[in-house]
Design a protein around this ligand. Structure first.
Ligand code: UT7
Length: 331
């Protein structure tokens, strides 16, 4: 059953990707891979990578400024900044704290680490704050720079990831006397840490501190295990969140999924019995941007008109942990 409000309405979106484009041909020129393999197995054609000297908090600030402008709000209007990221500028302080200063905010700021599911986790946290009356205007940014954490010579991971940031402004809105409520209708987050070893950056933390981490500092992944769990878990959590909102797949106008592999999206569409034309896709041009992929796709959908007022939007993601989640919103 849907709660009685206030609802968390997403009222402004923004996105930032670095200028530098790395194509499949660039990889094929120096690794044992090909444009055909990468396109056929993943759907990716190119991705963006941060410039030397650029850091994750720079991308957060750029995406956040765009979202604030779209929401017609100023920095002083924001009560809290939440950044979903696994690739902060440094282990401490948080990426959100660094970005807070760059944005000229004076509100609380903290990171959420749920890898590629970070945006859904951040959304669940923000929705809890807003529904509980703690904050009424929250900036939520998903940002990742996995190009800095892959082994550039490992063809099985280097070709998959790109850098970027996407932002949304979430505001409290009372249920309207006329018409159905707008905003987040239901949200679910899940985790199963027994798969921690299937996708990880083992070095750089307390287990393998940076000075001793060596090769452990690069991302490692068992792609097949992640793939099969991605399809199953995304389908299950999407069905569960729709059920919680009193809806079915037929009610969904637009799906904004985490973008890891086009074949995962095709399999998800088959399981949910939904047409792939309802998906917002950025994977072909941006690769897997981890916590940024959903908010970047939201921004693309809003600016292109694929998402418009009144649409029912399903957002779902899965990442390292495993962590996964879904949310359904009326735009
Ligand atoms: O964001 C959430 C986390 N990530 C994901 O959701 C990713 C999920 N997994 C996947 O997207 C896919 O599993 C991959 C794209 C990572 C790999 O595709 P796959 O069809 O599962 O390939 P595979 O790992 O089973 O490897 C098949 C072959 C292997 O060669 P052999 O052992 O059969 O000789 C790999 O070494 O493809 C080889 N391979 C490549 N060949 C050319 C792996 N990467 C490449 C490459 N170019 N870039």
């Amino acid at each position: 059953m849907i709660h009685s409000g206030p609802f968390t309405r997403l009222c402004g979106t923004g996105g930032y990707v670095p200028d530098a484009v790395v194509t499949n041909h660039d990889f094929a020129a120096r690794l044992d891979t090909s444009d055909a393999w990468i396109r056929e197995r993943t759907g990716i054609r190119e991705r963006r990578v941060m410039a030397a000297g650029e850091v994750t908090s720079d991308m957060v600030a750029a995406a956040a400024r765009e979202a604030l402008a779209a929401a017609e709000l100023a920095a002083a209007d924001i009560d809290c900044l939440v950044v979903a990221t696994t690739t902060p500028d440094m282990p401490m302080p948080s990426c959100a704290a660094v970005a807070q200063a760059k944005l000229g905010l004076s509100c609380p700021a903290f990171d959420v680490n749920a890898a590629c599911a970070g945006f859904n986790y951040g959304l669940a946290v923000v929705d809890g704050f807003i529904r509980g009356g703690v904050f009424s205007r929250v900036l939520l940014v998903g940002a990742d720079a996995l190009s800095r954490f892959v082994d550039p010579d490992d063809r099985s991971t280097a070709v998959l990831f790109g850098d970027g940031a996407g932002a949304v402004v979430a505001i409290a809105e009372s249920p309207r006397p006329e018409g159905p409520p707008r905003g987040i209708l239901a949200s679910r987050i899940c985790a199963d840490g027994t798969f921690a070893g299937s996708l990880s950056i083992p070095g750089g933390g307390a287990a393998h501190p940076p000075r001793a981490a060596g090769d452990d500092q690069a991302l490692q992944m068992n792609g097949r295990v992640v793939f099969s769990h991605a399809v199953k878990n995304l389908a299950e959590v999407s069905a569960a969140v729709l059920d919680a909102a009193g809806m079915s797949v037929a009610d969904v106008d637009v799906i904004v999924p985490h973008q890891a592999n086009l074949r995962i999206l095709d399999a998800l569409a088959q399981r949910l019995r939904i047409d792939t034309s309802k998906f917002v896709v950025n994977l072909d041009r941006l690769g897997n941007t981890s916590a940024a992929s959903i908010p970047l796709a939201l921004d693309q959908g809003v600016r292109s008109g694929q998402i418009s007022a009144g649409n029912t939007v399903l957002m779902c993601s899965i990442g390292a942990g495993f962590t996964w989640g879904a949310a359904v919103a009326r735009w």
